[in-house]
Write a protein that binds this ligand. Structure first.
Ligand code: ADP
Ligand code: GLC
Length: 478
């Protein structure tokens, strides 16, 4: 089975969040199941070193925003198809934002070009390559199934995975022409969304299957509270929608063999976590002699993640004798808020504004708990890393967080099944309350250790969901 995946990021090459982790790990998890998944990505500067090592397999001269060539190269065990179109992708900054933090003004062209190139590959642009399934991820790839159908092709069959329905690729309808989209497809049953062009809606209408990254989120997005305006569209297509939980790359995220830790450990040597905690304290300037729990946050700093509410709870966290280490970047107000929280609570709160992959591993390795008070969370990966590292997740009951963490209620504690703390009220008060619960459990080392062991036993690999995707592809092809 040949699957052509398309996405705007892929770890370890280009990453801004969980999408990259998923696209980077899923192909290797599918390989043993007989699925050959190749991943099509824009050739951003970070990927330039790979271009000379690859082979040009196609050329296009009429994509939105100009021409490009496609280079196939294998790196880190994954076959990549890189769309080399310098006028769209050769620039500093991130995949979506320029150096000032603003969206690139031509993002519609950049990702339409990627999607159209994918559709062309599906129509035979690469000699000897005929994928059985097109698997598009998020809005940046959402036009791929649309272009394919527009060209009159119903094969290969297509899947769209929603990683976050808050991002929809919504643009003015005056761009239809530039994007080579037919105006007679611009209507409420097609590409139109409140008078605008919605790339994501296009895929929701024209892809053969829709998945999202957890069963709970698959239900939530059918409701107005979580559907971000697209719940009606999704309800109409509920028969082809399903939720498949993300897994993690258990080789990259393995506390027994993680070079970013100063001390590796496993479920039988949990005491060794202390050396990683000491390293965090030394590096971030936290007091090393505190006996309360060290909470960490590793996150994009956005309102989705509920971190404004966490800021309100910081005084309580500190008064409770706990410490907090924050690694994140994003909205300026939140960056500033956490910087100030650190300045106001020296030794107790530390903030590192930026993106730092090794530091994220060290924080998982040395913290006692990880805080994820999201308002919505399609899946979430940092709680899965937390489980694997015995760093107990403290999470809001939403999306994939609700599907992966077992709350330390009395019944779960007695059954030795509890793996973390789940709460409902994403507010300063709600977070203060759950911090109290976690701190009380931490004060009981036997209980805490038994929860850590249960967390580390929790299945987090891709095995189950890779089989789920495999079954879905097989079903589509039949
Ligand atoms: P989302 O995709 O919504 O950002 P996820 O929990 O699915 O949330 O994935 C976030 C990924 O990005 C995780 O791998 C996490 O470790 C990583 N991450 C987030 N912020 C940072 C940061 N500042 N530095 C390093 N890694 C980060
Ligand atoms: C999105 C979601 C996150 C999910 C990730 C990978 O960025 O916000 O919850 O884990 O995609 O699917």
């Amino acid at each position: 089975m040949q699957v052509l995946m398309v996405a705007s990021e892929c770890a370890p090459f280009v990453k801004t969040g969980g999408l990259a982790d998923v696209v980077g790990a899923l192909p290797s998890a599918l390989a043993p199941l007989g699925v050959d998944a190749q991943v099509m990505l824009p050739a951003y500067p970070a990927l330039f070193p790979l271009l000379p090592k690859g082979q040009e397999v196609a050329r296009f001269d009429d994509l939105p925003g100009g021409g490009g060539r496609l280079v196939r190269v294998t790196a880190q065990g994954v076959t990549l198809l890189l769309l080399d179109a310098p006028q769209l992708f050769d620039r500093p900054g991130g995949p979506y934002l320029d150096e000032t933090g603003a969206d690139w003004s031509d993002n519609h062209l950049r990702f339409a070009a990627l999607s159209m190139a994918v559709a062309r590959v599906c129509q035979g642009a690469i000699d000897g390559y005929a994928p059985d399934v097109l698997h598009a991820h998020d809005w940046q790839a959402a036009l791929a199934p649309v272009y394919l159908k527009m060209a009159g092709h119903s094969s290969p069959r297509s899947v769209l995975t929603i990683h976050n329905i808050a991002f929809q690729g919504r643009y003015g309808s005056h761009l239809l022409d530039q994007l080579h989209l037919k105006t007679d497809w611009f209507h409420p049953e097609g590409l139109e969304f409140h008078g605008d062009l919605s790339m994501l809606k296009g895929a929701l209408m024209y892809a053969d299957r829709i998945t999202t990254v957890s069963p709970t989120y698959a239900r939530e997005i059918l409701t107005p509270a979580f559907g971000m305006g697209l719940d009606g569209v999704l309800r109409a297509r509920a028969d082809v929608l399903s939720g498949l939980l993300n897994g993690i790359d258990t080789e990259v995220w393995n506390p027994a063999d993680d070079t970013a830790l100063v001390q590796t450990y496993d479920a039988k040597s949990l005491k060794r976590k202390a050396q990683n905690r000491a390293e965090i304290c030394a590096r971030l300037g936290l007091d090393a002699d505190q006996t309360g729990p060290l909470f960490c946050v590793i996150s994009r700093l956005t309102s989705q993640k509920g971190l404004d509410a966490l800021l309100e709870a910081v005084p309580h966290l500190v008064a409770r004798g706990a410490q907090l280490a924050v690694l994140g970047s994003g909205e300026p107000d939140l960056e500033e808020g956490f910087r100030r929280a650190a300045e106001g609570n020296p030794g107790r709160v530390a903030t590192y504004v930026g993106y730092d992959e090794p530091l994220s591993h060290l924080l998982q390795g040395g913290s006692d708990a990880i805080l994820i008070p999201s308002r919505f969370e399609p899946c979430g990966l940092t709680q899965l890393y937390g489980l694997r590292y015995g760093t107990l997740p403290v999470v809001a009951r939403t999306g994939g967080l609700a599907d992966t963490v077992i709350d330390a209620n009395m019944a779960a504690v007695l059954a030795k099944a509890a793996t973390g703390f789940v709460f409902d009220d994403v507010s300063g008060t709600g977070i203060a309350q759950v911090i109290d619960r976690a701190a009380a459990a931490y004060a009981d080392p036997k209980l805490w250790q038994s929860m850590q062991r249960a967390a580390m036993r929790h299945p987090v690999s891709w095995a189950r969901s890779a089989q789920g995707y495999c079954d879905l592809y097989a079903d589509l092809v039949e």
